[in-house]
Design a protein around this ligand. Sequence first.
Ligand code: URA
Length: 165
Amino acid sequence: MSIEEITSQVKTCQKCSLWQNALHGVPGEGPANAKVMFIGQNPGAEEEQTGRPFVGRAGKFLTKTLTEFGINRKEVYITNIVKHTSPENRKPCPEEVSLCIPYLIQEITLIKPKIIVLLGASAKETPRIAGIEYFEIVHPSAAMRFTKMREKFRAQIAELTKQIP
Ligand code: URA
């Protein structure tokens, strides 16, 4: 299985019922040799429209913060634990997560990142694979909204930059 194959399967996936409410699945994005992988919850409205992860308000905030800390978005791989948007942007349910997680496992297996950054609570369900370092950090949408969360998020990104090989 290649990343291209995963991408095309994700776009047309019908494993859970979320596809009924969505235009298409939103695959991960980034270079196949990325050292760092960011994992979020699931796509929102703008991601759904464009078919790209983290391009809405939270995504722009994430990209801007990464740039400020010297991390180029084009050099990291960005994906989600669930690949379809959900009605009213609700949190994906456990069944949706478990049906979608094989895509994420394939992405991790192919990309072989050194570091995985889990954005927010939902991403914490990502399976831990030996040899990869995991960082659990604040979700950019919370960091965008709350000053305390923003400070924490920035400190966590600063710490992350020290760990990137
Ligand atoms: N929030 C997420 O968790 N993922 C996205 O792709 C966009 C917003």
